[in-house]
Design a protein around this ligand. Structure first.
Ligand code: UDP
Length: 330
């Protein structure tokens, strides 16, 4: 069976392709390279450059390749940007997924695993967060991902397609080989920004608010290694191939670290003092986001293997120090 990875040149997509190929799968990648990189494309995957909003492109792809399942990462994913240009998110994330589903239904492709997010929950009502908790996104990004989940739900009811939605918490770290890692322009995520300090690209890391209702006043997040996320996609494809019903799973470690704690671990890993300065809160940031991933562990048999924050930051540092300008440098 061939697996189509949409957005397979992006951060989580490329790591998933590496794991799929290691597991002996035949992989096709489609990516418009707007935020992905050819340098992240696994040499053993067949690559097609194109956009999921282009129905003809998808139809041709489904005609040419015998696709058994789709893994869908092709979306915009920056919370801040989604509050500056919301319609970009409606266009790429919602309209793109609509075109994709149209083409999948037309071509008889009936299994899809897709990246969703903790941002679908908004301000959590419980900690840790369960899949059944209320979903009230506080930004356009989370809203578009929730709409995508609902689109899958209704299309699956009518057309019999089955899906797994994976709600990621904070994806981080890099492939153990050091060949691929996180590369966003502009970078907005905490760990890569912290590592720009020991890399000589930034003088200090800004802490977005230290007056939250948490032990040290900074926001708490559940950081999950990108390779563990990648493994969950393989298990989700297997789950669908085994004939199970559509489902939604949280993916996190179930442990929270504050911004200050993350900086402290990065100081230890890099041996650099990493100066930090407190600045204003960032709009739309909940104080605490921690996942319950018991459902994924129980039903998918998912076992995160890189749960220590030290190990996560070590893999990230191994990537960033050797690729200070991402894929445009060695
Ligand atoms: N953060 C920060 N300084 C930065 C970037 C992020 O203090 O320069 C904080 C942010 O407010 C959040 C946490 O770090 O509490 C993780 O942010 P990130 O953007 O990495 O992921 P998010 O939680 O938004 O998905």
């Amino acid at each position: 069976m061939t697996i189509l990875v949409l957005g397979g040149a992006g951060y989580i997509g490329s790591h998933t392709v590496y794991e799929l190929i290691d597991a002996g799968e035949d992989v096709v990648i489609a990516d418009n390279l707007q935020t992905g990189y050819m340098g992240a494309v696994h040499p053993k995957a067949r690559f097609y450059k194109g956009d999921i909003r282009d129905e003809q492109f998808l139809d041709n792809l489904f005609n040419k390749e015998k696709i058994g399942a789709v893994i869908h990462f092709a979306a915009n994913s920056l919370v801040g940007e989604s509050m500056i240009d919301p319609l970009k998110y409606y266009d790429n994330n919602i309209y793109g997924t609509m075109v994709l589903l149209k083409s999948m239904v037309k071509n008889g492709i009936d299994k899809i695993v897709f990246s969703s997010t903790a941002a679908t929950y908004g301000e959590p009502e419980n900690t840790p967060i369960l899949e059944t908790d209320k979903t009230e996104p506080t930004n356009t990004y989370g809203e578009t991902k929730l709409s995508m989940e609902k689109m899958f739900k209704w299309v699956s009811k009518v057309h019999g397609l089955r899906y797994v939605s994976l709600r990621y918490f904070n994806a981080c770290g890099a492939h153990i080989s050091g060949k691929i890692g996180e590369a966003h322009i502009p970078e907005t995520h905490l760990i890569p920004l912290i590592l720009q300090v020991p890399n000589g690209q930034r003088e200090f890391i800004g802490i977005f608010g230290d007056d939250y209702n948490t032990p040290d006043g900074t926001c708490i997040r559940d950081y999950i290694h990108v390779t563990d996320l990648a493994q969950a996609h393989i298990l989700a494809v297997k789950y669908l191939n085994d004939g199970h019903e559509s489902n939604i799973f949280n993916l996190g470690n179930g442990v929270g670290f504050s911004v200050k704690e993350v900086i402290e671990v990065a100081r230890k890993v890099t041996g650099h003092a990493i100066p930090a300065r407190v600045s204003e809160r960032r709009a739309g940031d909940p104080a605490v986001l921690i996942a319950s991933s018991d459902k994924a562990k129980k039903i998918l048999d998912w076992k995160p293997e890189h749960a220590s924050l030290e190990e996560i930051i070590e893999t990230a540092w191994n990537w960033h120090k050797n690729h200070p300008r991402g894929y445009s440098s060695k």
